[in-house]
Design a protein around this ligand. Structure first.
Ligand SMILES: NC(=O)c1ccc[n+]([C@@H]2O[C@H](COP(=O)([O-])OP(=O)(O)OC[C@H]3O[C@@H](n4cnc5c(N)ncnc54)[C@H](OP(=O)(O)O)[C@@H]3O)[C@@H](O)[C@H]2O)c1
Length: 343
């Protein structure tokens, strides 16, 4: 399903979860990218219904999301949790809309394409109403991994992520800000409400629940979603996900094994030519990606590119570091880019 010929001004668009971190960013991305649209409908929970949000110079009243909310809507951008997505998005499809969903509810459904526009835009074509946006860390990694895969064949990935508080949405940002304020003001740090422990001045090596092998659900997304996006069921992935007291932008340390040799200089050339990537890699001038520099923009920055000196002979190991704004490229921008492919 596509969006061509859906109204003279463009499709009517609804954002499910418009008041959240991703939903707000989607509103901004639609405006920045001049996405052609007729109506913009803002949907959230009953808690937000009746409040107003400003978009493109007009005030829009937020509506409570119900199964009937999608009447007359052509495109739904989903920015709510899995349970809300599962309960409401099938009604959107039934009403004739195409859905681009940010939750993980549909990502591994064989009927649902999982798309990073820089990597597998062609998969949009076989959607039957829902297209899934991948996990934020997975998108950021794959924008760098896919060009290396095309150049030299990717067969193994070892990754550690350093994930910002805003990856847990508005409540995650609030917890970190509340803790920071309490510490600065010399007050007792309140009990954590979102993360399992205090995040300020801390690192938490758990995002999601653990499986029997000791991996978290967030860690397995890198393997399972990476395989689906790259069409490589045999890709070996070992991921450790860590929550860090950074407001915005996820960072990742990645080591890869490649089929063919690729020197760090060759990798820099490949990555510099890749869509969505900026190489920032001059250690002699202390130039490397950092989350403060990659926030509020859409490129994934990559640097610290070097040979994996521990790689066994013949495994062509490379190591690098990348950072990207996970609310933008890891969620909202990626979703709007997918919608642009549908136009
Ligand atoms: N944050 C990230 O970096 C990121 C990155 C990639 C993917 N995602 C995914 O994107 C989705 C949204 O995440 P977020 O970070 O934006 O979360 P968030 O800030 O907590 O926002 C959640 C949104 O869902 C709405 N909502 C809650 N219950 C609802 C209900 N019963 N009916 C309708 N809407 C309801 C909320 O509305 P109210 O304000 O009315 O409660 C709010 O608009 C999640 O699936 C998340 O996993 C997030």
């Amino acid at each position: 399903m596509g969006l061509a010929d859906r109204g003279p001004q463009g499709p009517n668009v609804a954002i499910l979860g418009a008041t959240g971190a991703v939903g707000r960013q989607m509103m901004q991305c639609l405006q920045e990218r001049h996405f052609p649209l007729g109506e913009l409908r803002l949907l959230a929970s009953a808690r937000s219904a009746g409040q107003q949000m400003c978009w493109n110079g007009r005030m829009i009243t937020i509506q409570e999301a119900t199964p009937e909310s999608f009447e007359g809507i052509d495109l739904v951008l989903g920015a709510a949790e899995n349970d809300v997505a599962e309960r409401l998005l099938p009604h959107a499809v039934k009403a004739g809309a195409v859905v681009v969903d940010n939750s993980s509810a549909y990502r591994l459904d064989p009927e649902v394409p999982l798309v990073v526009p820089e990597v597998n835009p062609e998969d949009v074509a076989w959607n039957t109403g829902i297209i899934a946006n991948p996990n934020c860390s997975t998108i950021i990694a794959l924008v760098c991994l896919a060009p290396l895969d095309r150049a030299a064949g990717l067969n193994r990935v070892v990754c550690s992520t350093y994930q910002a508080a805003s990856g847990a949405g508005m409540p995650g940002i609030e917890q970190l800000e509340t803790e920071n304020a309490a510490i600065v003001e010399g007050r007792k740090v309140p009990a954590p409400r979102v993360f399992p422990y205090q995040l300020a001045y801390n690192l938490i090596p758990q995002i999601g629940g653990f499986d029997a092998a000791g991996y978290t659900s967030e860690e397995m997304k890198m393997q399972n979603e990476g395989r689906k996006i790259l069409h490589n069921d045999g890709l070996a992935v070992n991921c450790t996900c860590v929550r860090v007291p950074v407001a915005r932008s996820h960072s990742e340390s990645i080591t890869v094994e490649l089929d063919s040799p690729l020197t760090p200089d060759e990798a820099r050339v490949v990555l510099a030519a890749a869509p969505g990537v900026r190489v920032v890699d001059d250690p002699s001038c202390r130039e490397y990606p950092m989350p403060l520099d990659t926030s509020e923009q859409d490129l994934v920055y990559v640097g610290r590119i070097r040979e994996d000196i521990s790689a066994p002979e013949g495994t062509n190991g490379l190591t690098f570091w990348c950072c990207g704004d996970q609310i933008r490229k890891g969620a909202a921008t990626n979703a709007v880019q997918i919608a642009e492919l549908l136009l």
